[in-house]
Design a protein around this ligand. Structure first.
Ligand code: FAD
Length: 545
């Protein structure tokens, strides 16, 4: 027997099983406020399943063994198949069974969007890659519902049974839809789209076309259909491009290769060629960008949710580590300076969570101008701000975990690699900020309602009042300088909204720290300007197991 040279001590214990939902008091309160309490039991069940140690291992495996492309079969026939790790399918099975891809549309009301958002916040903490096809499918439904032929796909889109088989739709129990916009020459400026669509017979909505060209990013390439932007003549339209044709043959969408990505590795993102692929024109002819932008309102909300989930899980890991690891005679969490950092991170997570649920509940209905503003103005602003803050916050959480945080044995590297993608896809940061300016201009009634609400919510706090008045005068001044101030505008809209929500729903001491650090001189680094004394009681709110 080999004698041990040392005893292992002062390492942080494993989490074991815990319920992601029941342990998150901030999220649970936000679900109640959004009127989604009818979903509480289902969320608790989902939180329990996702929180099992076994489920975390599945996530690790699905990301360690990324999907592989099989272009040709053994006999040389082109097949364009993608092989995923079995645990990838497990996550999609769970998300489907929970209705994350369709529930808010199939069974609206009762806070359905808010409840879905809460499930997203749970799922995204454990396995983020599988959320990509869930998001795209969910966002495609409101578009497809407007088509006269929706009845042909309705039951499969609303099915809770995930069907991983790569067979014609007629043989399947469930389906997924992806989206293809980005080409080699540009993803933000879609006016340069080069893929062409030629009508097979008559042209127009619901008619058949043949698509020729490529997409440079085409995630979930084996989905049962993609919504694709293509050009015919001078105009761009949106096309429903199925994986299999009605004749039961594989559509001519060739997968060139799969991207070797920084993160999001469980999910497949491909480069594809359309070689006269069959497509059906969706939405108004010539209004392809507008049609797909409608879809983007939903996918952008999901980017906010995805980042909020990553931030929450990174915080959970950091708090767990700091409460168990000892240095200089006490746990890390007992050191005043560490408490400042942890509390600041917890506040960032709470601010992201309350805003995410507030945004989601705006999708649950109510066509008053303020609800519209949350959907149309604050959603892109939050996509910019929350996704960007999450990158920095996850890095800080990793640092709390010290050297172990940097090592692939634990979850932090995956959370860290995953964080930037929500900022990039579905419109990168600058594009979001420019979209916020456009939305403020194009929806004056919604903009006025939002600015009024933010000004009202800022009453009684000089820092907030100054920020709100500064923003309003910046927007009033308008002019050509506004474009270069777009990040400023988007950031302040989000911070003012978050401050208002925290002042209403969190302890005053916490809201005060948020305001002082985000609108004062803290400078954006976590832990600056936070009083350690406040941390003791407030950190309990993070509710980590
Ligand atoms: C993992 C992954 C999966 C993806 N999956 C899909 C998919 O399934 N379908 C799909 O269609 N796309 C997909 N994308 C593509 C993604 O949506 C685009 O990469 C993104 O929209 C940016 O487009 P781009 O890469 O062409 O960058 P560009 O358009 O070249 O932009 C580069 C940078 O310039 C900035 N910028 C652009 N214009 C301006 C301006 N006027 N002023 C100031 N700044 C500006 C942008 O904000 C960005 O930061 C995926 C991307 C990734 C990373």
């Amino acid at each position: 027997m080999i004698e041990a040279t040392h005893e292992v001590t002062n390492q942080v214990p494993d989490f074991g099983d815990y319920n992601l939902y029941l342990s998150d008091t901030v999220l649970r309160a936000a679900v109640q406020r959004a009127g989604a309490q009818g979903h509480d039991e289902a969320l608790s069940h989902y939180g329990e399943r996702l929180g099992r140690a076994q489920t975390r291992l599945w996530a690790r495996d699905a990301n360690r063994h990324p999907p592989e492309l099989e272009s040709y079969d053994a006999r040389g026939y082109r097949v364009d198949r993608v092989h995923f790790h079995p645990h990838w399918h497990q996550f999609l099975r769970m998300a489907f069974a929970h209705g994350m891809h369709c529930g808010a549309w199939a069974e609206p009301g009762g806070g359905a969007h808010a409840a879905r958002a809460a499930s997203y916040l749970l799922h995204g903490q454990v396995e983020a890659g599988s959320l990509c096809p869930i998001t795209m499918t969910a966002a495609a439904i409101p578009l497809l519902r407007k088509e006269p032929w929706f009845g042909q796909v309705r039951d499969r889109l609303y099915s809770l049974q995930y069907d991983e088989r790569d067979v014609p739709l007629a043989e399947k129990t469930g389906m997924m839809v992806g989206m293809g916009l980005t080409e080699k020459q540009g993803g933000s400026d879609l006016r340069g789209t080069a893929t062409t669509a030629a009508p097979v017979g008559a042209a127009g909505r619901g008619e058949r076309y043949l698509l020729r060209g490529h997409k440079w990013f085409f995630s979930s390439p084996t989905s049962d259909a993609h919504l694709v932007l293509a050009r015919h003549g001078e105009s761009l339209s949106c096309f429903y491009v199925p994986r299999w044709t009605d004749a039961g043959e594989k559509n001519r969408v060739e997968i060139q290769r799969l991207k070797d990505k920084l993160g999001n590795r469980s999910n497949a993102s491909a480069e594809v060629e359309f070689r006269d692929a069959h497509g059906v024109l969706v939405g108004e002819e010539g209004r392809g960008i507008a049609t797909l932008i409608e879809m983007a309102a939903h996918t952008r909300l999901d980017c906010v949710l995805g980042s909020t989930a990553l931030l929450r899980q990174a915080l959970v890991q950091a708090l767990h580590h700091a409460r168990h690891r000892r240095a200089f005679g006490s746990t890390l969490a007992d050191h005043a300076l560490m408490r400042c950092v942890l509390l600041d991170l917890a506040i960032e997570s709470e601010a992201a969570t309350v805003l995410a649920l507030r945004l989601a509940s705006a999708f649950d209905g109510g066509d008053n101008p303020l609800q519209q503003a949350y959907r149309r103005i604050l959603t892109p602003a939050a996509k910019f701000w929350v996704c960007k803050r999450t990158v920095a916050a996850v890095a800080e959480c990793m640092e709390v975990c010290g050297g172990n945080g940097y090592i692939e044995d634990g979850p932090m590297p995956r959370l860290y690699r995953e964080a930037p993608v929500n900022s990039i896809w579905e419109g990168s940061g600058n594009i979001m900020c420019l979209d916020v300016l456009r939305a403020l201009k194009d929806s004056p009634e919604a903009a006025a309602a939002l600015l009024d609400a933010l000004a009202r919510d800022s009453a009684g706090d000089p820092l907030l009042k100054d920020a709100a008045e500064g923003l309003i005068s910046l927007l009033r001044a308008g002019g050509s300088g506004l474009e270069s101030a777009a990040r400023h505008v988007a950031r302040d809209l989000v911070l003012l909204a978050q401050a208002g929500l925290l002042r209403r729903h969190a302890p005053q001491a916490l809201a005060d720290i948020f305001v002082r650090t985000r609108f004062g001189r803290a400078g954006g680094v976590f832990g600056l300007g936070v009083p350690a004394a406040a941390a003791q009681g407030l950190l309990e709110r993070a509710g980590v197991p």
